[in-house]
Design a protein around this ligand. Structure first.
Ligand SMILES: O=C(O)CCC(=O)C(=O)O
Ligand SMILES: [Fe+2]
Length: 209
């Protein structure tokens, strides 16, 4: 699986604003590993499609989702609370690689499966209280390349930055990225292939909560 001599490239660093820093590694995993991982995750994780209520109307989220991590770590999103039951074997070496590249520790991951360019995620920040005051988030992308866009939370709210997240890339977002910006994964009608994104998070959860 993991080859000892795989060297990911030096990361590219994009500064959105003072302290709001994006670090992007291409080829985060050895290629032969990354190339099997998409299908392995798609076929082995328990994916579901939560219903959300927007302006009183129920919609299915335009993507599939899974929550995984250390046992008992829970997260509330799209109006439901999910609790992890322990790292699936397939994710353990991925977590290890993400922690060693980024230098940050994570105890959970939100997986999103975009079945085609018709699936998407709207503008938001990942700044829920359980992520603590300084959330570092690492995001591994597999499959179709998709645009990842940013806008400010205050002032001019139009799109101010765009990154392309290709297969096998890893993006680290500093806490200020959440504090000052929102991000989104817009629909792309021409994209036919699927994409899986794993956002590794450190949830601060009191013991026995
Ligand atoms: O799919 C992506 O690249 C973004 C996912 C994301 O923003 C999230 O899970 O909070
Ligand atoms: Fe996010």
């Amino acid at each position: 699986m993991m080859t000892a001599n795989h060297e990911p490239c030096q990361p590219e660093i994009v500064t959105l604003d003072q302290g709001a820093v994006l670090t992007l590694w291409q080829s985060a995993l050895p290629p032969e590993w990354a190339c099997n991982l998409f299908a392995e995750l798609r076929d082995s994780l328990r994916w579901h499609q939560p219903q959300v209520q927007v302006f009183g109307r129920k919609h299915l989220t335009p993507r599939l989702t899974t929550w995984q991590g250390e046992p008992g770590i829970s997260y509330r999103y799209s109006g439901l609370t999910e609790t992890a039951e322990g790292w699936p074997e397939v994710l353990k070496p991925v977590l290890h690689q993400v922690e060693s590249l980024t230098g940050h520790r994570f105890n959970s991951v939100l997986g999103n499966y975009y079945r085609s360019g018709a699936d998407s995620m709207g503008y938001h920040s990942d700044d829920e209280p359980e992520l603590g005051p300084e959330p570092w988030i690492a995001s591994l992308s597999l499959g179709a390349s998709r645009d990842f866009v940013f806008r400010r939370r205050e002032g001019d709210r139009s799109q101010c930055a765009r990154l392309v997240l290709p297969d096998n890339s890893l993006l680290l977002m500093s806490p200020q990225v959440q504090a000052r910006f929102q991000h989104a994964l817009p629909r792309r009608a021409r994209v036919q292939e699927g994409r899986i994104n794993l956002t590794f998070r450190l949830i601060h959860q009191p013991q026995n909560a």
